[in-house]
Design a protein around this ligand. Structure first.
Ligand code: PGA
Length: 281
């Protein structure tokens, strides 16, 4: 039962960052503090870490006042990235985690290992995991619960395929994914939801602002049922899929969009900062 979870448990996830909600922009008291997260996917060698230094340099006090930043490099770089970014206020996360704490699971990385390496977030249920590794909602839910167990905040990804959108099934698909993928014991400090239409990822295509608004409103509504009315307002809901500096302002201004999950554009410091910079006005 959700009520058995202490606030202390909930506050552990994403500890590097300020708590969302009350600490958001005083000009927008009802919106959680925005989060701009970068997902490097299977890109990046040690030399790529200089991008982190460039992002740190561009994370000016003005931007710090407006938005949290998070970078999720491949697992091989999480430890070093966390060292590079120590004291910067920029968080580091993993791109996936195994549901179990340890064991005979060759090639997998547990949430505890990510936490031990300095991560405070883990992306789970990314559509590339769902597509190429056959991950279903129940597994995604177990992975999110593992993230919580390790003290990480889980970024739970949902989104429809092109076929599902064309068949008019977007809202049903997203609702089903949310109900199946978000564990009990979720709260604003340990849960972020990312809406990523599969057809918009890496394609340069984006939904209209109205389409984004419709899905994000549904997600907020579902969160009211899942984490409770009061808490739902403070859970960050990110939009992801072909976010670029040129479209960030429009997408991030949509109601119930509390940040972005950025793939390709997070590999270039100027692009990532250009997206986060949408919050500067
Ligand atoms: P993209 O990827 O920004 O390259 O479209 C987004 C994501 O997959 O998180």
């Amino acid at each position: 039962m959700r009520s058995l979870v202490s606030r202390g448990d909930c506050r552990r996830g994403g500890a590097l960052l300020s708590a969302p909600g009350p600490l958001g922009d005083p000009a927008m008291p009802n919106r959680p503090r925005p989060l701009v997260a970068g997902n490097w996917k299977m890109n990046g060698l040690r030399r790529s870490l200089r991008v982190l230094g460039e992002i740190e340099q561009g994370y000016t006090p003005g931007l710090k006042a407006k938005a949290d930043l998070l970078l999720c490099p491949p697992a091989t770089l999480v430890l070093t990235a966390a060292h590079v970014l120590v004291g910067s206020g920029i968080a580091v996360g993993g791109q996936d985690c195994h549901a179990k704490e340890a064991g005979a699971f060759t090639g997998d990385v547990s949430a505890e290992m990510l936490a031990d390496a300095g991560a405070t977030f883990a992306i789970v249920g990314h559509s590339e995991r769902r597509q190429y590794h056959g991950e279903k909602d129940a597994e995604v839910c177990a992975k999110a619960a593992a993230a919580h167990r390790a003290g990480l905040a889980a970024i739970v990804c949902v989104g429809e395929t092109q076929g599902e959108r064309e068949a008019g099934r977007t809202l049903n698909v997203v609702r089903r994914q949310l109900r199946g993928s978000i564990p009990e014991a979720s709260c604003p400090a340990n849960l972020v939801v990312a809406y990523e239409p599969v057809w918009a990822i890496g394609t340069g295509l984006t939904p209209t602002a109205a389409d984004v608004a419709e899905v994000h409103a549904l997600i907020r509504d579902e969160l009211r049922r899942i984490v409770g009315k009061a808490e739902a307002a403070s859970v960050r809901i990110l939009y992801g899929g072909s976010v670029k500096p040129s479209n960030a302002k429009e997408l991030l201004a949509v109601e119930n969009v509390d940040g972005a999950l950025v793939g390709g554009a997070s590999l270039v410091a100027a692009d990532f900062l250009g997206i986060a910079g949408a919050y500067l006005v």
